[in-house]
Design a protein around this ligand. Structure first.
Ligand SMILES: *Cc1c(COP(=O)(O)O)cnc(C)c1O
Length: 373
């Protein structure tokens, strides 16, 4: 049986029909930029994230760049970046002209290594730090990092591209962030019918600046108060996201059930799960990561491939080790646990409405490999 790593075609009953109807309506009105759908989406996003303001934009990478620019981060500024994240986190810092210092990550939860983080702040006095909430959860040390950054006057930007819907200490994770971002890339927790992103903040001035930057720095139609760029989310994407939001709780529940299934069936096989730290107990619905030593990992990969089961390696390499990184980085702080995560993690299929039969197939394959070693 083939089990895909991700299948985005499992739409709820009626979803595609509703979408087609929206496309037809918006097309007939030729209202492609801004308008009701975008406004409705932003209001709903603000309410779901319990942030005062939600500003939509073109993609998750732009969202980070908008947050950085709104905080006046630019040339000659140093920005801390976790070594274990998607490339966009690093890229955004370089694209605004700032200089990244990478900080090591923790093998336990994939979050930033807090001691390395403190050391990096003391050593480099960065103007800002970006942290990434990977795999559907955030770092166990989130409150400590937020408090520390605020006391040291380091602007903290939270890249929440993988944690939409995650709760931290009972609140949406974005709620108490200075500024946070997400991506609506189709494979993310809340995916669009193309690219999209958003910035969340409860600071009115920051929200205003983000909105202005994402629309050419406009003060009026042909008046410009800033040099920004065009990073608007279009009306069709907003309409799709408004439909998807209706089903988000169901989609997240389905992901959580998949993770539970893996955990309960793969608990005693001698390999390790990467899982959400305590404050997020029920979260971690983006990816399930098995930590296996190199030889076991190779065997797992071979068997999964033979059985036509999709798997991932999120991520195969740390930021500091990319071909072009040395050209842009000032330094790296901490050890190289990020490399260890990259080398040992293997991600199993998790997506909304993955069937029990599919989950069983994955579990059987993994078990057979582990029990045979
Ligand atoms: C997906 C992702 C991004 C980038 O989002 P895009 O919408 O693809 O630009 C940034 N950071 C992380 C952690 C991501 O997973």
């Amino acid at each position: 049986m083939t089990v895909p790593f991700i299948d985005l075609k499992r739409f709820e009953d009626g979803f595609l029909e509703d979408w087609e109807e929206k496309v037809s309506k918006i097309s007939k009105a030729a209202s492609f930029i801004g308008g009701q759908e975008v406004e409705l989406l932003e209001n709903r996003l603000a309410s779901v994230t319990e942030s005062k303001f939600a500003v939509t934009c073109a993609n998750g990478t732009d969202a980070i760049q908008l947050a950085l620019r709104a905080l006046d981060i630019g040339p000659s500024d140093i920005v801390l970046v976790p070594n274990m994240t998607f490339w966009a986190t690093f890229e955004a810092v370089v694209n605004v002209g700032a200089t990244p210092v990478t900080v090591d990550s923790e093998t336990k939860d994939g979050g930033v290594d807090i001691n390395a983080f403190f050391e990096a702040v003391e050593k480099f006095h960065p103007k800002a730090a970006v942290i990434a909430h990977l795999y559907g959860w955030g770092t166990g040390n989130l409150e400590k990092i937020r408090d520390y950054c605020s006391s040291e006057n380091v602007f903290l930007i939270e890249d929440g591209a993988q944690c939409f819907g995650t709760k931290y200490q009972g609140d949406p994770i974005y709620k108490n962030a200075l500024i946070s971002t997400t991506s609506f890339y189709p494979a993310k927790v809340l995916g669009a019918a193309g690219d999209g992103g958003a910035v969340f903040t409860s600071d009115e001035l920051l929200a205003k600046k983000v909105r202005q930057l994402a629309n050419h720095g406009r003060t009026s139609h042909y008046g410009y108060g800033l040099v920004g760029w065009n990073s608007r989310l279009d009306s069709l994407q907003a309409a799709y996201l408004n439909l998807a939001l209706e089903f988000l709780p169901q989609r997240i529940t389905s992901r959580i059930e998949a993770i539970r299934f893996y955990k309960s069936h793969l608990s005693d096989i001698g390999i390790h799960h990467m899982s959400a730290p305590k404050p997020y107990h029920e979260n971690g619905y983006c990816h399930v990561g098995l930590i296996a030593d190199l030889s076991l990992k190779k065997k797992l990969e071979t068997s999964l491939r033979e059985q036509n089961i999709g798997f991932g390696n999120i991520y195969p390499g740390p930021m500091s080790e990319q071909e072009c990184s040395p050209r842009y980085m000032k330094s790296h702080v901490g050890g190289n646990m990020a490399r260890q995560i990259c080398d040992t993690v293997i991600n199993l299929p998790v997506f909304p409405y993955i069937s029990e039969q599919e989950l069983r197939e994955v579990v059987e394959t993994v078990k057979t490999v582990c029990e045979g070693t």
